[in-house]
Design a protein around this ligand. Sequence first.
Ligand code: PMP
Length: 478
Amino acid sequence: MREPPYAARCFRSDDSGSARTVGDVAGALQVESYDTTPLDGFPTRCHRSLSVPHESERLYAHACRVIPGGVNSPVRSWKAVGEHPLFLQRGRAAEVVDADGRAYLDFLGSWGALILGHAPPRVSAAVGHRAKSGTTFGAPTAGEVELARVLVDAVPSLEQVRLVSSGTEATMSALRLARAATGREAILKFAGCYHGHVDALLVRAGSGALTLGVPDSPGVPPSVTALTRTAEFNDVEGVRELLRARGGELAAVIVEPVAGNMGVVAPAPGFLEMLRAETSRAGSLLIFDEVITGFRVAWSGAQGRYGVTPDLTCLGKVIGGGLPLAAFGGSRALMEQLAPTGPVYQAGTLSGNPLAVTAGRTTLEIVREQPAAYDRLDSLGARAEELLRQALAAGGKSGCVNRVGSMLTLFFGVDTVRNHSEASRADTASFARFFHGMLAEGVYLPPSQFEAFFISLAHTEADIERLGRAARAVLAGR
Ligand code: PMP
C-alpha cells in the first residue's frame, strides 16, 4: 500500500470544537480520540502507522472499480494536486476526520455549502426529527413555503423562487426561463465562470473543467454551444461594446457576481453595474449565479453587497444547509411563466425535499440569529488574507490573495488575478506542493488552485491563526 507524501499528524477537538495538535501518530495513539459515535464502522482513533494500511487508499481502490475515477464529482479526485483523495468519515464544526481517524482543520466546507461548519447540533437535530415523519411526499409541505419566504425577504431580486435540488438545475432552469421570456436563443457567459454542468454552459468553464483542462466537454453538441457567447470577466469596456453591438440577440447574460470557480475574483468597480445597464438597454435578462455567493458574502448575497439587482438569481450551497437544495427566482411576472401558471416546463421529484428544506431553514435561522454574522465572516476572512500574504512574503514566494468576505484564494506565481487569463497563469505545481504541505500540517484545503477556501461561522480566531502558522511553515519550506 502506497504511503501518501505527507506526514501523519493527529488532531483532537477540545470542548470548544476547535482543533488542537496532539502530536504525531505515535503520540496520538496514546490519547483519547473522538468521543462521538463512530460512523460507518470506521475506527475513531488515529491509528495510522507505517505498518497499518492507509484506509483512504483501500477505499479509493474499491471505489475505482465501481465509480468512474473513484469519485462522484471530478474535483474530488485530487487529480490537480497529484494524489489520491482522502476519504472523510465525519466532521464537527471546523474540523473533518479522514477514514483513518486523522483530523484536519477544514477550509473546503463542502465547497462553500457549510456556512455553520460541520454538523451544527441544531441542524442535525432538526433533520433527524424531520426524518422521523417522512422524507419525501411529492406533495407540497409547509416548510417549503417558509424557506421560500426567507429567500424572498433576503434577496433583493426575488419575488418568487422555485426550489430545485442542485445548482446545475437552478442555472439550467433559469436559462430556459430567460430564453422563453425573451424569445431569444443566444446567451453570454464569462470565461472561468462555472454554472454547473449544463450543456450550454460548459464553455470556457471554471472549477473542475478548468482544473482538469476540459473546458469543452465531449458529448456537448456544437449546435448547443453555438448559442453560447463568451467574454472576459471584468472587461468593463470590452463587454459594454459587445453588449451594445450584439446584446439584442441575447436572451441572457449569466455571471457569478463574485467569481469563485477560477479561484476567487472580485468584480471590478463598475463591472456589475455595466452588465445591469447594458442588459436592460438590450432587453436581455441578467442572471446572477449566486450558488456560491448567496448567503455567503452577505445575507442579501452579492447583489445586496454590491447594490446591483439582476433579473434572475440562482442559489444553492448555503441555502441547503449541507443537503441537496438549490433555487432560482426573480420577479413574479417572470416566474409565473413557469408551469403550472405558465408554459415553461420545469419540474423535480425531490424539489423542495422536506429534509433539505429543514436543513436549509434551520441553517438560515441560526445565521440570522447570530449578531453580525457577516461582519464576523468578513473579519475572519480579512485576517486569513493578511496571514497568507505574510506567509508568502516570509517564504519569499510570489503570489497574491484574492478575497471577498469569507471566500478567498491564494494564487501562486501571479501578482494580480482579475480574470480567467490571469488566473490560468497561476503556478499550479506550487499550489499542489502547498496543498500537500498544508495537509501535513493538518489543514485541509480545496484540492485545486482554481477554487476558493471557505471560512465558516464555526472557525475561530485561533483556527485562522493556525491556518497562517501552517502556511508560514509550509512556504518557508520547513
Ligand atoms: N454555480 C456555481 C457558481 C457553482 O459554484 C456551482 C457548483 N460549484 C454550480 C453552479 C453548480 O452547482 P451544483 O454542483 O450543485 O450542481
